[in-house]
Design a protein around this ligand. Structure first.
Ligand SMILES: [Mn+2]
Length: 411
């Protein structure tokens, strides 16, 4: 369907490689247990293929450039158990790579190409001494050992500039992921009641995804009531929501592999206490100010600095700290990150924004002493004239949240 898109992406990557450089990208293996297969994002980006264990090799030979795909071979006796694997002709038709081989040919073919390759750019390196080596890391080590003339480096240099600038189609898929996330968040706002376990709130969004054709989360959802919201990576989601607390949602569905990443914080009782509201408004004001700054040429570092300064000043007013330098006690993370196929997408946190980037803006204040954690997060596209907030429709004004919640509780 979108074969040309993948051909185009590979061509750009091959043109970004120097002569003698190669990209070596591995599909994910099948997951164990009850989990569904999720493809490696770089492999997905260049092939669109949702098949496990495959290998993509792209080589710039100088005058010629080539892409090779290695896929699993069908073994007739296993078809009845595992189903048919993708055939070569189907792979060619789907992604446009014409040099397709079987995985059991990889060693021989790689040996044949090795003489022309000086550097291999890859990922999936072994990163820990204490865990067994996965197959991709094993291949990379074998190549390094058997062909000492080949350097192995990270592929980020070539891939980040491509993946951080979103094509129109990618923005459409991200918008779909955001829109279904909005629908699910509205379900939660309309149906959550104090006393429910957090995972019951989670199920309202998940059900909205599944029943509308979205199978996967972009990342593990956070649904955190009261004190739990002060743990930044809380994901147990198994505590009953207490009366009068704020509930923090940090959630995002995935669409075609692209992730939404939205945080909203709302009062379970329908009304913010004056103290909750003061803190909420400080975070909201910071978020709006930083979003307004987003445009081409702006440094992520500038966004971080503005957020830090505003939150520090707010914390003085809120009597949380006496010295603005202490703001890290209640705001520990950075203002945002690139968003795309990965929730924390390729693209450095110190990058300069350019047209086509999508970044999150997500300030927060977390006060364990008061069992209050607030984060507000939107997904922002950088445009020629500035920016477009892709999640603008998801309620975040305190009056609007209170109105929705009050109506919901009257039902
Ligand atoms: Mn985020």
């Amino acid at each position: 369907m979108k074969k040309e898109m993948f051909i185009n992406r590979r061509e750009k990557a091959l043109n970004a490689l120097e002569q003698g450089e190669a990209l070596l990208i591995f599909a994910n293996p099948l997951p164990g247990g009850i989990y569904h297969f999720i493809q490696d994002k770089n492999f997905l980006y260049f092939t669109g293929l949702e098949i496990p264990d495959a290998i993509l090799l792209m080589v710039n030979y100088g005058k010629t450039k080539a892409s090779y795909l290695f896929i699993e071979r069908n073994i007739p006796e296993r078809i009845v158990w595992e189903g048919e694997k993708l055939h070569k002709e189907q792979a060619i038709e789907a992604c446009g790579i014409t040099s397709v081989f079987y995985l059991d040919e990889f060693e021989r073919m790689m040996s044949a190409y090795a003489g022309s390759i000086k550097t291999i750019l890859s990922d999936k390196f072994q990163t820990s001494l204490g865990t067994p080596m996965a197959r991709p890391a094993m291949w990379i080590n074998k190549i390094k050992t058997n062909f000492p003339h080949i350097n192995v480096e990270s592929l980020n240099r070539v891939i980040a500039p491509l993946r951080t600038v979103k094509e129109d189609w990618e923005i459409e898929e991200m918008q779909k992921a955001i829109d279904i996330t909005e629908q699910g968040i509205r379900k939660i706002l309309d149906n959550a009641v104090a006393g429910m376990p957090e995972f019951t709130l989670e199920s309202m969004l998940y059900n909205e995804m599944l029943s509308n054709g979205y199978r996967h989360w972009g990342f593990k959802p956070i649904v955190a009531g009261g004190m739990n919201a002060t743990t930044l990576h809380y994901e147990d989601n198994d505590t009953p929501v207490k009366d009068n607390v704020l509930v923090l949602l940090d959630v995002g569905a995935a669409c075609s592999g692209y992730s939404a990443d939205i945080s909203r914080t709302f009062p379970i009782s329908g009304k913010f206490t004056p103290r909750q509201l003061d803190i909420y408004n400080a975070v909201l004001k910071t978020q709006k100010t930083v979003i307004e700054m987003v445009k081409p040429g702006v440094l992520m570092a500038e966004l971080n600095e503005t957020a830090a300064n505003m939150l520090a000043t707010a914390m003085l007013d809120l009597k949380l700290i006496d010295d603005p330098k202490d703001f890290r006690k209640y705001y520990m993370h950075s203002i945002g990150h690139h968003l795309g196929l990965d929730t924390h997408d390729v693209g450095a946190r110190d990058s300069v924004l350019e047209v086509g980037n999508v970044v999150t803006v997500e300030p927060g204040i977390y006060i364990p002493e008061e069992a209050i954690g607030i984060r507000i997060e939107d997904d922002i596209l950088v445009t020629k004239d500035g920016h477009r907030n892709l999640s603008i429709n998801i309620p975040k004004e305190p009056q609007e949240l209170e109105a929705i919640r009050t109506a919901a509780l009257k039902k």
